[in-house]
Design a protein around this ligand. Structure first.
Ligand code: AMP
Length: 476
């Protein structure tokens, strides 16, 4: 998982990219980068670590120009390499190009092998570089046509933002697995004000981002989503939309469950409202007599509100999160992960003592987090601990951009709900059903989602599950 950002024609392009990446930081904390474009000359600042650490005043001063793209990269267990930091930047016979990618190509290994056979030399493990290499081999004589050519040869998930010397390009794969949204900075570029600006696509101030939360920070207006299968070119002529082959719409449902910020809109739908609906539906499917509904902060908070609202059980912040430690999901060993949970969360004993507690989290993957949390709550004096998960059991790995463990490590791939309940030492365990999740996100025939990690229904077929070594090399 990663976050991408792009901005077209604004004198503060690099500063606004920095702010936009700040709002997308939850989508990746391993590394970040911005490439700015100053009249066709590209400048880059890319480094390991978080946005606020990388983009000092001096770093931002190295990014002149009024076009920029940016990227935040998700932490994985093995691939934290400097050479994988995005945006990637290349020079070809057509000039300079830089690209930021959220998603994952499923046929990266095959394509890479084929390209290497033809003489390609790769400088990263990134599947994004495969796209650049395919572009370089295209016979087309402009970057847009090369990109269409390259994307016709890859399969999988991609939301891309690119800058060439004179264009900003935003693309979403035909299924639209990952979000990407178009916005406009108001009050810039046109003396006739916002109305004049709206009527003048050439005036600049265009922004694209993985999530609308980035626009809120910049006081930009959301214009619309980049459509699945749309390749949008922004240049001196205004906006031009190209179409990739059509495919059924399949936004990743886990974006609504966990990844996206609750203050974002995904394909126009509020993540907050979806999570409330998940909690309400969960309370309907798995009621239990209890004294308090306690969220696992932050990921379980909104669903817990929904659960409390539907059940009438009081909502209590019985667990407090320390925000100064990172996410605990993907760490090298179980012992460190165990330590991570205790670092991250603490119980509030007087809220929990002698209570029957319903604890709500968004997902259960390996089960490590839930077990620690149940112990923490019991240790604080709770009489009963009932775990409720606002998504179905995760029993398949994601190959479209979320770094899930291999199938064998997923609790639900080898154990029944009863077995997981006893492994996490809970008094009861209830998961939201797959139809319940679909209802909560408003899925219908026209708007359906990828829920492969819950249902095994993979919209882009996977030839085989990559071995752990290959998995580590999958860069998103
Ligand atoms: P686990 O301990 O493996 O069951 O992990 C479940 C916890 O990790 C839940 O609290 C989720 O909020 C969080 N989580 C789920 N998926 C991910 C992911 N892909 N990356 C980071 N955290 C995650």
């Amino acid at each position: 998982m990663c976050g991408v950002f792009g901005i077209w024609r604004h004198p503060e392009a690099a500063n606004l990219s920095y702010l936009g990446l700040h709002a997308l930081q939850h989508r990746g904390q391993e590394s970040a980068g911005v490439v700015s474009n100053d009249r066709g000359i590209l400048h880059a600042v890319r480094a390991m670590g978080q946005v606020r650490k990388i983009f000092t005043r001096d770093a931002l001063a190295q990014l002149p120009g009024d076009i920029a793209i940016g990227h935040v990269r998700y932490t994985t267990s093995g691939g934290s390499l400097v050479k994988n930091i995005q945006p990637l930047w290349a020079q070809s016979r057509l000039g300079s190009i830089a690209v930021a990618h959220n998603g994952n190509l499923v046929d990266e290994a095959e394509l890479r092998a084929k390209l290497e056979e033809q003489g390609a030399i790769f400088s990263s493990h990134s599947d994004t570089e495969v796209i650049l290499q395919l572009m370089a081999r295209s016979r087309a004589d402009d970057f847009v046509a090369q990109l269409v050519d390259a994307l016709g040869q890859v399969r999988g998930a991609y939301s891309l933002v690119l800058t060439t010397e004179d264009k900003l390009i935003a693309v979403r794969d035909p299924h639209g697995f990952r979000p990407l949204v178009l916005g406009r900075l108001s009050g810039y570029g046109d003396p006739t004000g916002p109305a004049g600006l709206a009527a003048n696509p050439r005036a600049g101030g265009w922004v694209v981002a993985s999530e609308t939360a980035a626009f809120d920070l910049l006081e930009a207006q959301r214009v619309r989503d980049i459509e699945p299968g749309e390749l949008l070119v922004i240049d001196e002529h205004g906006l031009t939309s190209h179409r990739l082959p059509r495919a059924p719409r399949r936004l990743c449902v886990f974006e609504h469950v966990y990844f996206a910020r609750p203050d974002s809109l995904l394909d126009g739908a509020s993540v907050y409202e979806a999570r409330i609906a998940m909690g309400e539906q969960l309370a309907q499917e798995h009621p239990v007599p209890a004294d308090a509904v306690v969220p696992v902060p932050d990921s379980g908070v909104v669903a817990a509100l929904g659960y409390a609202r539907h059940s009438g059980i009081p909502f209590e912040m019985g667990l407090i999160r320390n925000h100064y430690v990172g996410r605990t999901f993907i760490e090298p060993s179980d012992s460190i992960r165990h330590f991570g949970v205790r670092l991250k969360l603490n119980a509030v004993p007087h809220l929990l003592r002698d209570k029957r507690v319903v604890v709500v989290d968004d997902s259960l993957v390996r089960g490590t987090t839930s077990r620690k949390i149940v112990r923490l709550i019991r240790h604080a004096g709770a009489r009963e601990v009932h775990v409720r998960i606002s998504s179905p059991p995760v029993n398949g790995s994601c190959f479209y951009g979320i770094d899930t463990p291999t199938r064998a490590e997923l609790a639900a791939s080898t154990q029944s709900v009863e077995q997981i309940c006893s492994a996490i030492e809970a008094d009861s365990l209830g998961y939201l059903s797959a139809p319940g999740l679909r209802r909560a996100v408003g899925a219908d025939d026209h708007k359906s989602f990828c829920d492969a990690c819950f249902t095994g229904d993979y919209p882009v077929p996977i030839a085989r599950e990559p071995s752990p070594r290959q998995l580590r090399l999958i860069e998103v």
